[in-house]
Structure formats: C-alpha cells, structure tokens
Design a protein around this ligand. Structure first.
Ligand code: SF4
Length: 201
C-alpha cells in the first residue's frame, strides 16, 4: 500500500488533535474530489515499518486523541489488507484512543454486504474502528458548515454501537457543524431574507 501524506497534528478529520494517514488508491472518482492525485494506487510512497513506527510514536502524547484513516479510499480491498495488522497494533497499544475512518463505501450496503469493497478483512477492520464517516462526496450536496464531512449525504457512524445492535447508529458528531461557518451562513441567509423583504415592499 502507498500513502500520500501523514499529518501529525490534524484537527480537521475527527475529534480533537489526531494523526491522519492518507492512503493511496480510490475507485469512486467523485465529481470535484478534493484529492484527485490519490486515486492512483501508486501515488506517494510505500507505507513501510518506518511510517508505522513514526505514527505509533506520534500517537503517544496525551493530547493526541487518536488515528484517522482517509485517502484515497482506506476501504479498497488492497488497502484493507495492508491496514488491518497496523490498525490492530494501534488498537492494542492505545486502547483508549479513537480510530476514525473515512470511506466512500456505505457501511451497511457495501461494507457489511456483498460489494466490490467487501472482502475477508472488512469485518475485522471495522471492528477496530470507532467512527466511520461513510458515503461518497456529492458535489451538489456540498456543505462547508458541516464538521467532519464534506457533503450532507455522508454519515458519521458509531461503528461499535452499529455492530453491536445490527443497525446503523449515528454518532453525536453526525450533527456537528462548524460554529464559525454556520454563523456566517445564518447571517448570509438573514441578509438575503431582508433583501427579499425590502424588494417586495
Ligand atoms: S471517495 Fe474521497 S478520495 Fe475518493 S474520489 Fe471521492 S472524495 Fe475523492
């Protein structure tokens, strides 16, 4: 597996401060993808023991909340196979830190059912993950006020609860909005409403 980037103090992709691993390879090809170069499975550099060790070390400080997997597509079968042993190691070393994953595949319809993503490693990999942000990026549903997701079709899922109950349980983070951009959006809406009211007088 190749990776495009590792961020060691990421505050955009999950709760708190996180270490984020951007893996290479994605077959979804969403319109206006923010990271097109990562579609290529050969993009970036090989993910080796050296990178594993660097991430494991970076996760140690108490202010780091956990690991986030994104890309690219961590849930492409080839990436699942490579990620599973690493994620298990992280889980074992840091049982109290959270693991988030971003995937264009749908949790219930594709990752837990027959699909091109479903493979021998899927169930075990999911069982190591706390939060899954699922669904492709849909440009027409893009909403910059949403926290932790790019378009409103995407879901922030509590994976542990979902696997335990057999139904999709959304995380409280699903409703979170970016406070500043939300405020700006509300003000813009109010200005637009006032403009319309003044024009119709
Ligand atoms: S799933 Fe993510 S990386 Fe893949 S095409 Fe869509 S936005 Fe881009």
């Amino acid at each position: 597996m190749n990776y495009g980037n590792i961020k060691y103090n990421d505050i955009a992709n999950g709760e708190g401060v996180r270490v984020s691993l951007f893996v290479s390879g994605c077959t979804h090809h969403c319109k206006n993808c923010f990271n097109k170069e990562t579609w290529d499975f050969n993009y970036g550099k090989p993910f080796t023991e050296k990178e594993e060790d660097a991430i494991i070390k970076a996760l140690a400080p108490s202010h780091i909340n956990g690991l986030t997997l994104l890309g690219g597509e961590p849930m492409e079968p080839a990436n699942q196979k490579a990620l599973l042993p690493f994620v298990k190691k992280v889980r074992q070393l840091y049982p109290n830190k959270t693991i988030w994953c971003y995937s264009g595949y749908l949790f219930d319809k594709e990752l837990l059912s027959q699909s091109r993503a479903f493979c021998p490693w899927t169930r075990e990999l999911l069982s190591q993950i706390d939060v899954l942000v699922d669904g492709k990026f849909v440009d027409e549903l893009k909403d910059i006020t949403l926290r932790f997701k790019g378009s409103s079709n995407q879901r922030v899922i509590d994976v542990k609860q979902s696997l335990a109950t057999g139904r999709v349980v959304l995380s409280p983070y699903n409703e979170k909005r970016n406070a500043q951009t939300s405020l700006v959006k509300n003000l813009t809406n109010k200005i637009e409403q006032n403009k319309t009211a003044n024009t119709s007088l």
